[in-house]
Design a protein around this ligand. Structure first.
Ligand SMILES: [Zn+2]
Ligand SMILES: [Zn+2]
Length: 348
């Protein structure tokens, strides 16, 4: 019985419905209009959508247990430690940097817009370096290792990724004057949207969300971010407002003729929890061990994934350059290989 109680408690926690039950029981619906009430109402949205996604996949016989197995293990593994480390990291950075804030903001709509733009910048920074510095890629790659897209991917993270992300994001925001209440509201919106953009093709076939695709970052943009197609690699680092991807030229639309292929480029077994979780760390350790000299060993840790001390680099940047060159060559000789014709439509 004890076990069933624990299981029930865990299910309630995962669904995030405890608070909303309390509100419903008390009959005090006006509390739904408060920040906490709103959180309680919106919080369960993603877990319920995920369950809906699984049910739909089951009805249409597209349910593959293997797609959820590794994420389930990741969720269990991260459930206890990660959240606490992350909350501690946020609190620590607020305490450390609040006195150095360059402006003083308050809880108003214009400071909210300011705060959101700063938050999105800090998210871009954390995420960009998560892809471009091999040591940070070890923390972020778990999120990219799965070869499918659905809401469960939201829960696929390495245990130290949230603290790494939150130290960078909180520090930048606090120094730029985003005050803690504003920051928590923004974090909540960011977390909810950041989960929603992982919605799979099973529920939402076209992730562009119509005209919204022009204004904000949609599931379609994030599908591109998770893809290993050369044109799509290392693009769309933002979360809701993709202004910084446009500023730093990492913005990429989903092309109808290039279907995203999810996953990372190294050979791996995406159904193996250990490979998904520790695979990149093992690869980096091997590279560092084999590299000649201290300088090369250090460079492996800080250079982008694919960098090699031999000069034979296979970074995302080079892969994309080769691909674009190939496409341009085909444009010049359009009749040479008819199978490659659709690529001539591409604008890099
Ligand atoms: Zn990423
Ligand atoms: Zn993602």
């Amino acid at each position: 019985m004890e076990f069933l109680n624990t299981l029930f408690d865990e299910a309630i926690r995962f669904l995030g419905v405890r608070h909303i039950f309390e509100i419903l029981q008390s009959g005090n619906y006006s509390s739904l209009l408060t920040y906490d009430g709103l959180r309680a109402a919106i919080g369960p949205l993603i877990p319920f959508l995920l369950i809906l996604e699984i049910i739909r996949a089951a009805i249409f016989k597209r349910f593959k247990a293997s797609e959820y197995k590794v994420v389930f293990l990741l969720y269990i593994f991260n459930r206890f430690a990660s959240r606490f480390i992350s909350i501690a990291a946020v609190a620590f950075c607020i305490g450390l940097f609040e006195k150095y804030a360059i402006v003083k903001t308050s809880f108003t709509w214009y400071w909210f817009i300011y705060g959101y733009i700063i938050w999105e910048f800090s998210h871009f920074i954390y995420h960009y370096f998560g892809h471009k510095v091999r040591a940070f890629w070890c923390l972020h790659s778990t999120h990219h290792a799965l070869e499918h897209m659905n809401l469960s991917v939201t829960y696929a993270h390495f245990i130290l990724e949230a603290p790494y992300a939150d130290v960078i994001r909180t520090s930048i925001c606090i120094i730029m004057g985003v005050n803690p209440p504003l920051l928590f509201l923004i974090m909540f919106i960011d977390g909810t949207w950041g989960a929603f953009i992982h919605i799979g093709e099973n529920i939402l076939k076209d992730g562009r969300l119509g005209f919204l695709n022009k204004i904000i970052l949609t599931p379609s943009h994030h599908r591109v971010h998770h893809a290993r197609n050369p044109l799509y690699m290392d693009t769309n680092f933002c979360n809701l407002l993709n202004i910084w991807d446009k500023v730093f030229k990492t913005y990429q639309d989903e092309k109808t003729e290039i279907k995203p292929e999810y996953g990372i480029t190294r050979e791996m077994n995406s159904h193996n929890f250990l490979d998904v979780y520790f695979g990149e760390i093992v690869c980096l350790a091997k590279d560092v061990y084999r590299a000649p000299g201290l300088k090369n060993k250090l460079l492996y840790i800080i250079m982008p994934p694919g960098w090699s001390h031999t000069g034979d680099h296979k970074t995302a940047k080079l892969t994309k350059q080769h691909y674009i060159k190939e496409v341009e060559q085909q444009k010049r000789q359009p009749m040479s290989d008819p199978a490659l014709q659709p690529l001539t439509e591409l604008s890099a």
